[in-house]
Design a protein around this ligand. Structure first.
Ligand code: NIG
Ligand code: FE
Length: 416
């Protein structure tokens, strides 16, 4: 079969080993690095990968050959944890934080997530669509081809639905693919302050069935944290969601360790997110239950707390880990996944290969897309991030600068 396009003469291609499941522990230190590599594309999918000149059997007169001498290629980056769709912004909290007021204190005073909830409830579909599209455009130029997006700034059905409708339409209209997560249990609405479980019951009885019926989200997530939802409420919601056919995620051990990790292991969550405060015991439970640890170092950076998730301990325990932005207006306002990858190296001690595996193959499995993206396996979508770098070390070492040159989505050049 002849290729539509062959991208040739990459100095290096980073090609994750694809075992048909997330890479765990030591497996994350391995990858195939192809020197003088080529990638052949047919009908938007990967046709072949190799070194040197592409085989004559791949090329005919119609095949477009594009030269990438000196560059490095990786599968399109996958940002597998974001809170993308919202109204307003929260730079007004920045000075408070710089003066030592904590994230949870701001939330306790009715600010934080609750202030974004008020702005989101007031924002129209079009306003949020344009705002989120702008953010997606910025992510795409950083090499991101797939994004997970959570609701959770509505806390009432009408607004939660509007957020998820925005995700659905952006997925249809924009080159980036979006995977939708329903996170109605992101904060406790003021009227349920004394009765958080009452709000969980409303989510279970009234919201989840509609999310399912209208096919608005694949995953269900909850914020298990001091002053938000406890382990009992988290378990109750996630078990009900599982029963209705949702795949599960949980924000656990972000600031305090209050049992969210145990819930993740018990209910069979695909991933536990944040894990800055993860304990040795929790790490063992997640490793045993095959829960992927989704680590968000930009949040540690932005909260200025200096407690990075213990990534190396997780790998030593045999866990699979991913990295993502957590992009949101409060605890991590950013569109730059490359900076998260750099924090993975500089602050968590991960190697470039571990980091690239985290944001490609493992991120794909964490959003249930491991069969179609995340590696250069033949037949997978031709989503490719091309770096202005000669090898995979360089874009991690040369920090805080966007080094992505070109991006292909489904074989089409979408960033140049
Ligand atoms: O992942 N933890 C809860 N949610 C977000 C923060 C959202 C916000 O502050 O607006 C997070 O950190
Ligand atoms: Fe989050």
């Amino acid at each position: 079969m002849f290729a539509d396009k062959v991208l040739v003469h990459f100095n290096q291609i980073f090609s994750p080993i694809d075992l048909g499941r997330p890479l765990k522990g030591k497996e994350m230190s391995d990858a195939t690095i192809i020197e003088d590599g080529f990638i052949a594309i047919k009908d938007g999918k990967i046709l072949a990968l190799g070194s040197g000149e592409p085989d004559a059997s791949l090329v005919n007169a119609q095949t477009e050959i594009i030269d990438y001498t000196g560059k490095m290629a990786s599968p399109g980056l996958i940002d597998c944890h974001t809170h993308l769709v919202y109204g307003g912004s929260r730079e007004n909290e920045f000075s408070k934080k710089l003066n030592g007021v904590s994230y949870l204190d701001i939330l306790r005073e009715g600010g934080g997530i609750l202030s974004t909830v008020r702005a989101t409830q007031a924002a129209s579909f079009d306003t949020m669509y344009d705002k989120t599209k702008n953010l997606l455009d910025k992510m795409l130029v950083h090499g991101v081809t797939t994004v997970e997006a959570k609701s959770g700034y509505g806390l009432n059905w009408e607004t939660e639905k509007r957020q998820m409708d925005v995700v659905k339409k952006l997925d249809e209209m924009e080159p980036i693919d979006l995977v939708s997560t329903f996170m109605g249990a992101h904060a406790i609405p003021a009227e349920f302050k004394e009765n958080p479980e009452g709000f969980i019951d409303i989510i279970i009885e009234e919201m989840l069935p509609k999310v399912k019926e209208e096919n608005l989200a694949e995953f269900c997530d909850i914020f298990c944290e001091t002053g938000v939802f406890n382990a009992h409420e988290s378990r109750k919601l996630l078990l009900a969601a599982k029963e209705m056919g949702f795949k599960l995620k949980i924000h656990a051990d972000e600031i305090d360790s209050i049992g969210g990790v145990d819930v993740a292991a018990e209910v069979g969550a695909v991933s536990a997110e944040h894990l800055m405060a993860a304990t040795d015991e929790g790490i063992k439970k997640m490793a045993d239950a095959n829960v992927i640890g989704n680590l968000l170092p930009g949040t540690t950076f932005s909260l200025m707390v200096n407690t990075y998730a213990p990534a190396k301990k997780m790998l030593d325990a045999g866990m699979a880990i991913t990295l993502s932005t957590d992009s949101n207006p409060g605890s991590c306002p950013t569109a730059n996944i490359q900076f998260m990858m750099q924090l993975g190296c500089f602050e968590m001690g991960l190697t470039p290969i571990q980091v690239f595996n985290a944001v490609t193959i493992n991120a794909a499995y964490s959003i249930d897309r491991g069969d179609t993206i995340g590696s250069f396996k033949e037949g997978k979508r031709a989503d490719i991030a091309i770096f202005d770098a000669a090898n995979i070390d360089y874009p991690l070492y040369f920090f805080a600068t966007n080094l992505v040159k070109d991006v292909y989505k489904d074989g089409q050049l979408v960033v140049k």
